[in-house]
Design a binder for this molecule. Structure first.
Ligand code: GLN
Length: 541
């Protein structure tokens, strides 16, 4: 396909937000990939923040970090997990970035006296970014998801840009797929097409005619409804695709595939019709739905009310569950509720493994530390991620090394034992985000550790998003008391993983392994943690 033109699929959303546009885009990407096309996916977010890095997880859910350190929308996680391609900064653009770029150019005088306007300058920058994602020309198909809902003021420049882009790339080189909702009205027992008709009308008003409709629905779309939607929305009946609520998101590509979505897309984009199969995904989904075993994992964090804040961790547990033929039941443990050792003890009685995930700010930190004490003393499998590692080090320093006031400088400026602190060279940088260690760093695994068995590799690369580090001044005392280092960043001389040998599974990492788990390959740390928790469960019978 290499010498032919790149094809573009724009994915828009109507009626309401939260219909799963990101997963729909990722599913289509997955299907195209199984047919041998090289695919990438890009997301446009209409908010004015430059990136989600400064937003509260309650506002935005998880911040998904890429290898190059870009802090991006959690949909990028779905893209990477489904199509198994490592993305980069250009795969996620926000209104903030677009304006930032245009205003910087204006200040430099690049516009040579012109009046700078939404059209053509903002739309021009958006189009530049659509093209830039395939600068290397390695992709056959670029899928481009427009965040927000059609009809929002914020997304208008993006929609105008894709309208122009489609015309400029010529007939047969781009299509628009629009995701809508066909609600079911309980009282009358009817499914309604009007919201879909109206949202398509909004799109057509601004010059975009969808080529395919994905209709989110609770019940199957009967032929009569399909015909009605087709007629009123100007979309061929076979291109009105039913997007039925699914038991697991990994089933969605299978639903779409049955309705011949790839053949329809291929015809519309003049792509060769290729064969492919979904055997791997089918066996994955079969395992998700019919697991042999079951295990309870406690996640002790402070955003437990909003599960999107831990999206990648939850998906990683699904992947790891499949590898262990087990269903992983997540038990949320609100860290702030653990106000005494007794409460921590009681909370951990219900679980076979404890995960303390990443986080910022001191809320709930003492509860996490109490939970870790229980896991360490009772030999319950423990997995610490980022702040989870930092809490484990504080716990060990306080309760095993006897450094009673051990703490992180993030939470206590006064502590005389800052076992977690900023590196010297970070201290002078004051811009928010400026001191963060972001993106991929490699680490060397220490021999004869659990880490070496888990990874079975000497050098690993994992993604980071944190400001504080284990304070090397305390390494001697930590190691003398039995903690061991699982992995180190040799170049920066930083601890990357720790473990306790005299424990069935007490492993923590400074990086975020959940960002590298894939449908096709569970992350080994999650897979081994689930395995250890299953073993723990057996011993409890
Ligand atoms: N707040 C800690 C730090 O900045 C941990 C961050 C995280 O868990 N992502 O170092």
């Amino acid at each position: 396909m290499n010498n032919e033109k790149t094809k573009y699929i724009f994915v828009t959303g109507g009626v309401i937000s939260g219909l799963g546009k990101g997963i729909a885009a990722a599913s289509i990407g997955y299907l195209l990939k199984t047919r041998g096309f090289n695919v990438t996916i890009q997301k446009f977010d209409p908010y004015i923040n430059v990136d989600p890095g400064t937003m509260s997880p309650y506002q935005h859910g998880e911040v998904y970090v890429l290898d190059d350190g870009a802090e991006t929308d959690l949909d990028l996680g779905h893209y990477e997990r489904f199509i198994d391609v490592n993305m980069s900064r250009i795969n996620n653009t926000t209104t903030g970035q677009v304006y930032h770029e245009v205003i910087s150019r204006e200040r430099r005088g690049d516009y040579l006296g012109a009046t700078v306007q939404v059209i053509p300058h903002i739309t021009g920058e958006i189009k530049r970014r659509i093209a830039a994602v395939n600068e290397s020309q390695k992709y056959d198909v670029v899928i481009c998801e427009i965040g927000g809902t059609v009809g929002d003021i914020e997304s208008l420049p993006f929609l105008e840009a894709i309208r122009q882009f489609s015309i400029e790339t010529g007939r047969g080189n781009s299509i628009t797929i629009h995701l809508t909702l066909v609600p079911y009205i309980e009282t009358s027992g009817e499914m309604k097409t009007k919201p879909t008709q109206h949202s398509v009308m909004r799109l057509r008003e601004i010059g975009i005619q969808p080529d395919i409709l994905l209709c989110r629905t609770k019940y199957p779309l009967v032929d009569e409804l399909r015909r009605k939607i087709s007629l009123f929305c100007n979309v061929y009946p076979e291109a009105v695709i039913e997007a039925l609520d699914a038991d697991t998101i990994y089933e969605i590509p299978m639903h779409f595939n049955k309705q011949m979505i790839v053949e329809i897309i291929s015809k519309q984009l003049n792509l060769p019709i290729r064969k492919g199969n979904l055997k791997d995904l089918e066996s994955f989904v079969a395992k998700v739905k019919n697991p042999k075993h079951e295990v309870n994992i406690g996640i002790c964090g402070k955003y437990t009310q909003l599960h999107d804040a831990y999206k990648s961790i939850l998906e990683s547990f699904i992947h790891a569950g499949v590898e262990n033929d087990a269903k992983v039941n997540i038990k949320w443990i609100g860290a702030e509720e653990l106000s005494s050792p007794e409460k921590a003890q009681a909370a951990l009685q219900k679980v076979d493994g404890l995960l303390v995930p990443g986080g910022f700010g001191d809320r709930g930190v003492e509860g996490k530390i109490l939970a870790i004490t229980v896991a360490r003393e009772n030999k319950i499998p423990f997995f610490g991620i980022c702040l989870g590692l930092q809490c484990a080090v504080i716990e060990f320093a306080r309760n095993v090394c006897g450094l009673k006031d051990a703490h992180s400088h993030e939470f206590s400026e006064e502590t005389t034992n800052p076992v977690v602190s900023l590196m010297e060279e970070q201290k002078e940088i004051s811009t928010k985000g400026g001191t963060m260690r972001l993106g991929a760093y490699s680490a060397t695994i220490e021999k004869k550790t659990k880490a070496s068995k888990i990874y079975n590799e000497q050098i690993i690369s994992e993604r980071h998003r944190h400001r504080y580090e284990v304070n090397n001044k305390y390494l001697d005392i930590l190691l003398a008391n039995g903690l061991i280092i699982g992995a180190k960043n040799e170049e920066l001389d930083l601890v990357e993983m720790i473990e306790i040998p005299d424990h069935p599974w007490f492993v923590a990492c400074q990086f975020h392994p959940e960002l590298k788990s894939r449908v096709s390959k569970a992350h080994p740390l999650f897979a081994h943690f689930v395995k250890a928790s299953l073993n723990y469960k057996k011993t409890q019978k």
